[in-house]
Design a protein around this ligand. Structure first.
Ligand code: APR
Length: 283
């Protein structure tokens, strides 16, 4: 999935909106004061598309691929585990690693940023659509409906042969090096694999099509906590920018998308989003 971050999977050219760019804060420190230009855009927007990445869940303590390694897996490159080749080479090993992630994510709770987005989505006259690269379920547990899980879900397992859905297997509380995958109850041949999009696998078609659509028809797009290096997800905010739709980036650090954002807010999801939603009603 890691390809040229400027490529456009739809084949359309993207304009460069950097001329409009304003960096609301140059520092990496968090800020609860919402930049006025961002408040104005958020108040007037009815259709809001929110693109979230791993940073959205960082304040919930959800580990990244690398953080998720424990003593058992410290010598393994996680990208080597999250591939169809790794699965076919050693299913029990890959299965155990993903079940450990299920355990970690089940133990995590939505943070104030997830709750703020859910509250924003419940406001009258608001159509807030969430597109996430995250494979956790923290948006849903905060009360949001997620339009698209671009990279699948750790809680939607399926047969590796007939692709029928299967229950999420039991995830042990202690890291275990090898766990035999469950057998498929529907077909005679398959075994149950995590429903996540591995490197070298295509994105789910319906999800990506919906994500493209809501980036094109939004009044406002927010990009939160993604480095913008993994394609094709990284191309989505460019689709909005190309149409002149304002795009706000919320991230404590510069990203690949920062130079193209209409407004950059250097803050964290759990700090910025509650402040922004509170500011919607401010006199
Ligand atoms: N709030 C907001 N953003 C944060 C926070 C926070 N508390 N903490 C970190 N970030 C930002 C980082 O500065 C970085 O820009 O979140 C971003 C995380 O970037 P990545 O780790 O690259 O995550 P993401 O862009 O979601 O990765 C895309 O890569 O590993 C694969 O398939 C996996 O979906 C994942 C994809």
């Amino acid at each position: 999935m890691t390809v040229d971050p400027t490529s456009d999977p739809t084949g359309e050219s993207t304009s460069d909106p950097t001329n409009d760019r304003k960096s609301e804060s140059k520092s990496d420190s968090t800020a609860a004061i919402v930049p006025e230009a961002i408040v104005r855009l958020a108040r007037s927007a009815r259709r809001i598309t929110v693109l979230t990445g791993a940073g959205m869940s960082a304040d919930s303590g959800v580990p990244t691929f690398r953080d998720a390694q424990t003593g058992l897996w410290t010598l393994v490159d996680p990208q080597d585990l999250a591939t169809p080749e790794a699965w076919h080479r050693d299913k029990p090993y890959v299965n155990a690693w993903f079940l450990w992630r299920v355990h970690l994510m089940s133990a995590a709770a939505p943070n104030a940023g997830h709750h703020a987005l859910a509250a924003w989505g419940r406001r009258p006259d608001t159509d807030l659509r969430i597109v996430t690269q995250n494979i956790d379920d923290l948006h849903e547990r905060a009360g949001s409906t997620v339009l698209a899980h671009l990279h699948g879900s750790l809680f939607a397992w399926r047969c590796d042969r007939c692709h029928r859905p299967a229950p999420t297997p039991h995830a042990p509380a202690d890291p275990t090096e090898r766990i035999e995958p469950d057998s498929c109850l529907h077909c005679a041949f398959g075994e149950i694999r995590p429903g996540v999009v591995w490197f070298n696998e295509p994105l789910p078609e319906r999800e990506f099509t919906d994500a493209v659509q809501v980036c094109r028809d939004a009044d406002l797009v927010l990009v939160i906590g993604t480095s913008g290096i993994v394609q094709p997800a990284a191309s989505l905010p460019h689709l909005a920018g190309a149409r002149g739709i304002p795009v706000i980036e919320i991230d404590p650090r510069p990203t690949e998308f920062s130079p193209f954002a209409t407004h950059v807010w250097r803050s964290t999801a759990a700090t910025a989003l509650p402040a922004l939603v509170a500011a919607l009603d401010r006199p």
